[in-house]
Ligand binder design. Sequence first.
Ligand SMILES: Cc1ncc(COP(=O)(O)O)c(C=O)c1O
Length: 355
Amino acid sequence: MAFDLSKLLRPHIAALKPYSSARDEYTGKEGVFLDANENPLGSITREAFNRYPDPYQMALKTRLSQIKKVPAENMFLGNGSDEAIDLLFRAFCRPGMDNVIILPPTYGMYEVSAGINDTRVVKVPLSTDFQIREDEVLQAVDAHTKIIFICSPNNPSGNKLHRDAIYKILKGFDGLLVVDEAYIDFSDEPSFCEELDRYPNLLVLQTLSKAWGLAALRLGMAYASREIIAILNKIKPPYNVSGLTQQTVLQAMGNMDKLGGMVQDILKQKEKLIKDLGKISRVEKVFPSQSNFLLVKVPDAHKVYQQLIGKKIIVRDRSKVQHCDDCLRITVGTEGENKRMLQALNEVLEAQAND
Ligand SMILES: Cc1ncc(COP(=O)(O)O)c(C=O)c1O
Protein backbone atom coordinates (compact mmCIF):
# COMPACT_ATOMS: atom_id res chain seq x y z
CA MET A 1 0.00 0.00 0.00
CA ALA A 2 1.34 3.42 -0.87
CA PHE A 3 1.47 5.72 2.11
CA ASP A 4 0.97 9.37 1.25
CA LEU A 5 1.29 11.57 4.32
CA SER A 6 0.16 14.67 2.46
CA LYS A 7 -3.20 12.99 1.73
CA LEU A 8 -3.60 11.98 5.35
CA LEU A 9 -2.91 15.42 6.81
CA ARG A 10 -5.79 17.84 7.31
CA PRO A 11 -5.31 20.54 4.63
CA HIS A 12 -5.55 23.46 7.05
CA ILE A 13 -2.76 21.96 9.17
CA ALA A 14 -0.59 21.67 6.06
CA ALA A 15 -1.27 25.36 5.38
CA LEU A 16 -0.95 26.47 9.01
CA LYS A 17 1.73 28.99 9.90
CA PRO A 18 2.90 27.72 13.31
CA TYR A 19 3.50 29.93 16.33
CA SER A 20 7.07 31.09 16.48
CA SER A 21 8.18 31.30 20.11
CA ALA A 22 10.98 33.48 21.46
CA ARG A 23 13.14 30.36 21.73
CA ASP A 24 12.34 29.45 18.10
CA GLU A 25 13.53 32.84 16.88
CA TYR A 26 16.77 33.01 18.84
CA THR A 27 18.27 29.65 19.74
CA GLY A 28 21.64 30.86 21.10
CA LYS A 29 22.48 30.24 24.75
CA GLU A 30 24.46 33.45 25.46
CA GLY A 31 23.13 36.97 25.76
CA VAL A 32 20.86 39.31 27.62
CA PHE A 33 17.45 37.73 27.19
CA LEU A 34 14.76 40.39 26.95
CA ASP A 35 12.59 38.61 24.38
CA ALA A 36 10.15 36.39 26.31
CA ASN A 37 8.68 38.65 29.02
CA GLU A 38 10.19 36.45 31.72
CA ASN A 39 11.03 37.62 35.23
CA PRO A 40 14.74 38.63 35.25
CA LEU A 41 15.03 38.43 39.05
CA GLY A 42 14.41 34.72 39.47
CA SER A 43 11.47 32.75 40.88
CA ILE A 44 9.40 32.76 44.04
CA THR A 45 10.73 29.24 44.61
CA ARG A 46 14.25 28.44 45.82
CA GLU A 47 15.22 26.93 42.50
CA ALA A 48 15.08 29.13 39.43
CA PHE A 49 12.29 28.41 36.98
CA ASN A 50 12.02 31.90 35.47
CA ARG A 51 13.23 30.99 31.96
CA TYR A 52 11.12 29.10 29.42
CA PRO A 53 12.38 25.59 28.71
CA ASP A 54 13.73 24.25 25.40
CA PRO A 55 10.60 23.85 23.22
CA TYR A 56 12.10 20.79 21.47
CA GLN A 57 13.78 19.24 24.54
CA MET A 58 16.99 18.56 22.60
CA ALA A 59 19.22 17.57 25.55
CA LEU A 60 16.62 15.08 26.65
CA LYS A 61 16.05 13.69 23.16
CA THR A 62 19.79 13.30 22.56
CA ARG A 63 20.16 11.16 25.67
CA LEU A 64 16.91 9.27 25.10
CA SER A 65 17.98 8.55 21.56
CA GLN A 66 21.03 6.63 22.91
CA ILE A 67 18.84 4.62 25.26
CA LYS A 68 16.08 3.89 22.74
CA LYS A 69 18.28 3.63 19.63
CA VAL A 70 15.97 6.01 17.79
CA PRO A 71 17.38 9.23 16.25
CA ALA A 72 16.28 12.42 18.01
CA GLU A 73 14.65 13.66 14.76
CA ASN A 74 12.28 10.70 14.91
CA MET A 75 11.11 11.56 18.39
CA PHE A 76 8.31 13.75 19.75
CA LEU A 77 8.04 14.38 23.48
CA GLY A 78 4.74 15.32 25.02
CA ASN A 79 2.97 16.03 28.26
CA GLY A 80 2.30 12.31 28.70
CA SER A 81 1.57 10.09 25.72
CA ASP A 82 -2.01 11.31 26.07
CA GLU A 83 -0.84 14.61 24.54
CA ALA A 84 0.54 12.81 21.48
CA ILE A 85 -2.74 10.88 21.10
CA ASP A 86 -4.73 14.12 21.10
CA LEU A 87 -2.36 15.82 18.63
CA LEU A 88 -2.72 12.91 16.21
CA PHE A 89 -6.47 13.48 16.05
CA ARG A 90 -6.00 17.20 15.54
CA ALA A 91 -3.45 16.67 12.78
CA PHE A 92 -5.19 13.96 10.79
CA CYS A 93 -8.90 13.62 11.59
CA ARG A 94 -11.40 16.05 10.09
CA PRO A 95 -14.18 16.49 12.65
CA GLY A 96 -17.46 14.94 11.55
CA MET A 97 -15.85 13.28 8.51
CA ASP A 98 -12.97 10.96 9.35
CA ASN A 99 -12.81 7.87 11.51
CA VAL A 100 -10.30 5.83 13.48
CA ILE A 101 -10.30 2.12 14.31
CA ILE A 102 -9.79 0.84 17.83
CA LEU A 103 -9.68 -2.75 19.08
CA PRO A 104 -11.67 -3.07 22.31
CA PRO A 105 -11.08 -3.81 25.05
CA THR A 106 -8.33 -1.23 24.94
CA TYR A 107 -7.00 1.95 26.51
CA GLY A 108 -9.92 4.36 26.99
CA MET A 109 -8.27 7.58 25.87
CA TYR A 110 -8.32 6.70 22.15
CA GLU A 111 -12.11 6.87 22.20
CA VAL A 112 -12.24 9.91 24.49
CA SER A 113 -9.74 11.84 22.34
CA ALA A 114 -11.79 10.85 19.29
CA GLY A 115 -14.91 12.20 21.00
CA ILE A 116 -13.20 15.49 21.91
CA ASN A 117 -12.15 15.84 18.29
CA ASP A 118 -15.56 14.82 16.90
CA THR A 119 -14.11 11.80 15.13
CA ARG A 120 -16.10 8.61 14.62
CA VAL A 121 -14.71 5.48 16.25
CA VAL A 122 -15.02 2.16 14.43
CA LYS A 123 -14.65 -0.76 16.83
CA VAL A 124 -13.20 -4.08 15.76
CA PRO A 125 -13.08 -6.01 19.04
CA LEU A 126 -10.18 -8.29 19.84
CA SER A 127 -11.02 -12.01 19.90
CA THR A 128 -12.17 -13.46 23.22
CA ASP A 129 -8.54 -14.45 23.91
CA PHE A 130 -7.60 -10.79 23.33
CA GLN A 131 -5.89 -11.12 19.96
CA ILE A 132 -6.20 -8.96 16.85
CA ARG A 133 -8.63 -10.08 14.17
CA GLU A 134 -6.47 -8.53 11.47
CA ASP A 135 -8.64 -9.43 8.47
CA GLU A 136 -11.67 -7.83 10.13
CA VAL A 137 -9.59 -4.76 10.98
CA LEU A 138 -8.52 -4.34 7.35
CA GLN A 139 -12.08 -4.92 6.15
CA ALA A 140 -13.30 -2.15 8.46
CA VAL A 141 -11.02 0.42 6.82
CA ASP A 142 -12.81 2.87 4.52
CA ALA A 143 -11.77 5.99 2.60
CA HIS A 144 -12.09 8.09 5.77
CA THR A 145 -10.08 5.86 8.11
CA LYS A 146 -7.07 7.86 9.23
CA ILE A 147 -5.63 6.01 12.22
CA ILE A 148 -5.71 2.49 13.69
CA PHE A 149 -4.76 2.26 17.37
CA ILE A 150 -3.19 -0.97 18.63
CA CYS A 151 -2.08 -1.31 22.24
CA SER A 152 0.52 -4.00 22.93
CA PRO A 153 0.91 -5.15 25.64
CA ASN A 154 -2.78 -4.38 25.78
CA ASN A 155 -4.52 -2.46 28.52
CA PRO A 156 -6.70 -3.83 30.21
CA SER A 157 -6.06 -7.46 29.19
CA GLY A 158 -2.29 -7.27 29.81
CA ASN A 159 -1.22 -9.63 27.01
CA LYS A 160 0.97 -8.86 24.02
CA LEU A 161 -0.71 -8.92 20.62
CA HIS A 162 0.55 -11.17 17.83
CA ARG A 163 3.31 -9.41 15.94
CA ASP A 164 2.39 -10.98 12.60
CA ALA A 165 -1.09 -9.49 12.82
CA ILE A 166 0.41 -6.04 13.41
CA TYR A 167 2.70 -6.45 10.38
CA LYS A 168 -0.25 -7.48 8.25
CA ILE A 169 -2.09 -4.27 9.18
CA LEU A 170 1.04 -2.15 8.67
CA LYS A 171 1.34 -3.57 5.16
CA GLY A 172 -2.34 -3.47 4.26
CA PHE A 173 -3.35 -0.04 5.61
CA ASP A 174 -2.45 3.23 3.95
CA GLY A 175 -3.24 5.37 6.99
CA LEU A 176 -1.34 5.75 10.23
CA LEU A 177 -0.87 2.72 12.51
CA VAL A 178 -0.23 3.64 16.13
CA VAL A 179 1.34 0.95 18.30
CA ASP A 180 1.00 2.01 21.93
CA GLU A 181 3.80 0.42 23.93
CA ALA A 182 3.10 1.98 27.34
CA TYR A 183 3.91 -1.37 29.00
CA ILE A 184 6.76 -2.53 26.74
CA ASP A 185 9.37 -2.42 29.52
CA PHE A 186 7.56 -5.28 31.28
CA SER A 187 7.36 -7.40 28.14
CA ASP A 188 9.74 -9.83 26.44
CA GLU A 189 8.64 -8.41 23.10
CA PRO A 190 11.00 -6.11 21.13
CA SER A 191 9.72 -2.59 20.49
CA PHE A 192 8.18 -1.74 17.13
CA CYS A 193 10.65 1.20 17.09
CA GLU A 194 12.92 -1.24 15.24
CA GLU A 195 10.52 -1.10 12.32
CA LEU A 196 10.28 2.67 11.89
CA ASP A 197 12.66 2.73 8.90
CA ARG A 198 10.63 0.09 7.09
CA TYR A 199 7.13 1.45 7.65
CA PRO A 200 6.46 5.16 7.03
CA ASN A 201 2.91 4.69 8.35
CA LEU A 202 4.06 3.49 11.79
CA LEU A 203 4.00 5.59 14.96
CA VAL A 204 5.08 4.06 18.29
CA LEU A 205 3.95 5.51 21.61
CA GLN A 206 5.79 4.98 24.87
CA THR A 207 5.66 6.65 28.27
CA LEU A 208 7.77 7.21 31.35
CA SER A 209 4.64 6.84 33.52
CA LYS A 210 4.89 3.08 34.03
CA ALA A 211 8.23 1.22 34.36
CA TRP A 212 10.27 4.40 34.83
CA GLY A 213 8.06 5.39 37.75
CA LEU A 214 7.69 9.01 36.58
CA ALA A 215 3.92 9.32 36.11
CA ALA A 216 3.79 12.67 37.96
CA LEU A 217 6.34 14.28 35.63
CA ARG A 218 4.17 13.64 32.56
CA LEU A 219 6.48 12.57 29.77
CA GLY A 220 5.35 10.53 26.80
CA MET A 221 7.17 9.73 23.60
CA ALA A 222 6.01 9.29 20.01
CA TYR A 223 8.45 7.78 17.52
CA ALA A 224 7.80 8.05 13.80
CA SER A 225 9.18 9.36 10.50
CA ARG A 226 10.73 12.85 10.56
CA GLU A 227 7.77 14.10 8.52
CA ILE A 228 5.19 12.90 11.05
CA ILE A 229 7.29 14.25 13.95
CA ALA A 230 7.50 17.63 12.18
CA ILE A 231 3.68 17.75 12.02
CA LEU A 232 3.34 17.04 15.76
CA ASN A 233 5.95 19.72 16.53
CA LYS A 234 4.13 22.17 14.31
CA ILE A 235 0.85 21.93 16.22
CA LYS A 236 1.98 21.29 19.80
CA PRO A 237 1.81 24.05 22.42
CA PRO A 238 5.22 25.79 22.28
CA TYR A 239 6.59 24.72 25.69
CA ASN A 240 4.67 21.49 26.21
CA VAL A 241 7.24 19.72 28.43
CA SER A 242 8.10 21.67 31.58
CA GLY A 243 11.65 22.65 32.50
CA LEU A 244 11.36 20.70 35.73
CA THR A 245 10.40 17.56 33.82
CA GLN A 246 13.21 18.00 31.31
CA GLN A 247 15.84 18.49 34.05
CA THR A 248 14.58 15.69 36.26
CA VAL A 249 14.33 13.14 33.47
CA LEU A 250 17.76 14.08 32.16
CA GLN A 251 19.18 13.41 35.62
CA ALA A 252 17.18 10.19 35.94
CA MET A 253 18.71 8.91 32.73
CA GLY A 254 22.05 8.76 34.53
CA ASN A 255 20.46 6.15 36.75
CA MET A 256 19.27 3.57 34.23
CA ASP A 257 20.29 0.56 36.35
CA LYS A 258 17.46 1.42 38.69
CA LEU A 259 14.94 0.96 35.86
CA GLY A 260 16.03 -2.62 35.18
CA GLY A 261 16.06 -3.41 38.89
CA MET A 262 12.56 -2.08 39.45
CA VAL A 263 11.19 -3.93 36.42
CA GLN A 264 12.72 -7.19 37.69
CA ASP A 265 11.23 -6.62 41.14
CA ILE A 266 7.78 -5.91 39.73
CA LEU A 267 7.93 -8.97 37.47
CA LYS A 268 8.95 -11.11 40.44
CA GLN A 269 6.06 -9.77 42.49
CA LYS A 270 3.75 -10.41 39.54
CA GLU A 271 4.76 -14.08 39.36
CA LYS A 272 4.16 -14.43 43.10
CA LEU A 273 0.81 -12.70 42.78
CA ILE A 274 -0.25 -15.06 39.95
CA LYS A 275 0.62 -18.05 42.18
CA ASP A 276 -1.17 -16.61 45.20
CA LEU A 277 -4.28 -15.70 43.22
CA GLY A 278 -4.27 -19.25 41.84
CA LYS A 279 -4.62 -20.55 45.39
CA ILE A 280 -7.90 -18.68 45.92
CA SER A 281 -10.51 -21.13 44.70
CA ARG A 282 -13.12 -18.48 43.86
CA VAL A 283 -10.71 -16.66 41.53
CA GLU A 284 -11.95 -17.95 38.19
CA LYS A 285 -9.14 -16.81 35.94
CA VAL A 286 -5.91 -14.82 35.90
CA PHE A 287 -5.20 -13.77 32.33
CA PRO A 288 -1.66 -13.97 30.88
CA SER A 289 0.16 -10.69 31.39
CA GLN A 290 3.19 -9.04 29.81
CA SER A 291 2.64 -5.88 31.79
CA ASN A 292 2.61 -4.63 35.40
CA PHE A 293 -1.01 -5.57 36.04
CA LEU A 294 -3.25 -8.61 35.99
CA LEU A 295 -6.76 -9.03 34.67
CA VAL A 296 -8.54 -11.26 37.17
CA LYS A 297 -11.97 -12.84 36.87
CA VAL A 298 -14.03 -13.26 40.04
CA PRO A 299 -17.75 -13.87 40.69
CA ASP A 300 -19.74 -10.61 40.79
CA ALA A 301 -16.66 -8.46 40.18
CA HIS A 302 -18.43 -5.13 40.56
CA LYS A 303 -19.56 -6.00 44.07
CA VAL A 304 -16.11 -7.36 44.92
CA TYR A 305 -14.61 -4.09 43.69
CA GLN A 306 -16.89 -2.08 45.99
CA GLN A 307 -16.19 -4.32 48.95
CA LEU A 308 -12.46 -4.03 48.36
CA ILE A 309 -12.82 -0.25 48.43
CA GLY A 310 -14.53 -0.69 51.82
CA LYS A 311 -11.26 -2.30 52.94
CA LYS A 312 -9.22 0.54 51.37
CA ILE A 313 -7.95 -1.67 48.54
CA ILE A 314 -8.41 0.12 45.25
CA VAL A 315 -8.34 -1.88 42.02
CA ARG A 316 -9.88 -1.09 38.65
CA ASP A 317 -13.33 -2.44 37.88
CA ARG A 318 -13.28 -3.52 34.21
CA SER A 319 -16.41 -5.68 34.45
CA LYS A 320 -18.43 -3.50 32.07
CA VAL A 321 -15.75 -3.62 29.38
CA GLN A 322 -16.02 -5.87 26.31
CA HIS A 323 -14.78 -9.47 26.92
CA CYS A 324 -13.97 -8.49 30.51
CA ASP A 325 -17.19 -9.61 32.26
CA ASP A 326 -16.55 -9.97 35.97
CA CYS A 327 -12.95 -8.82 35.61
CA LEU A 328 -10.87 -6.61 37.86
CA ARG A 329 -7.60 -5.08 36.72
CA ILE A 330 -5.08 -5.26 39.53
CA THR A 331 -1.78 -3.37 39.36
CA VAL A 332 1.20 -5.24 40.80
CA GLY A 333 2.12 -3.45 44.02
CA THR A 334 4.90 -3.91 46.55
CA GLU A 335 5.13 -7.22 48.38
CA GLY A 336 3.28 -5.69 51.34
CA GLU A 337 0.58 -4.08 49.19
CA ASN A 338 -0.01 -7.33 47.33
CA LYS A 339 -0.33 -9.18 50.64
CA ARG A 340 -2.92 -6.70 51.88
CA MET A 341 -4.83 -6.93 48.61
CA LEU A 342 -4.79 -10.76 48.67
CA GLN A 343 -5.98 -10.87 52.26
CA ALA A 344 -8.83 -8.45 51.52
CA LEU A 345 -9.79 -10.32 48.35
CA ASN A 346 -9.79 -13.60 50.23
CA GLU A 347 -12.06 -12.17 52.90
CA VAL A 348 -14.47 -10.69 50.37
CA LEU A 349 -14.66 -13.89 48.34
CA GLU A 350 -15.07 -16.07 51.44
CA ALA A 351 -17.94 -13.91 52.65
CA GLN A 352 -19.46 -14.09 49.18
CA ALA A 353 -19.25 -17.91 49.22
CA ASN A 354 -21.06 -17.99 52.56
CA ASP A 355 -23.78 -15.58 51.46
C1 LIG B 1 -1.96 1.96 26.99
C2 LIG B 1 -1.71 3.29 27.58
N1 LIG B 1 -1.30 4.29 26.80
C3 LIG B 1 -1.07 5.50 27.29
C4 LIG B 1 -1.26 5.78 28.62
C5 LIG B 1 -1.05 7.18 29.11
O1 LIG B 1 0.23 7.42 29.46
P1 LIG B 1 0.74 8.85 29.90
O2 LIG B 1 0.80 8.83 31.39
O3 LIG B 1 2.09 8.95 29.26
O4 LIG B 1 -0.20 9.90 29.37
C6 LIG B 1 -1.70 4.79 29.49
C7 LIG B 1 -1.94 5.07 30.90
O5 LIG B 1 -2.51 4.33 31.66
C8 LIG B 1 -1.94 3.49 28.95
O6 LIG B 1 -2.39 2.49 29.71
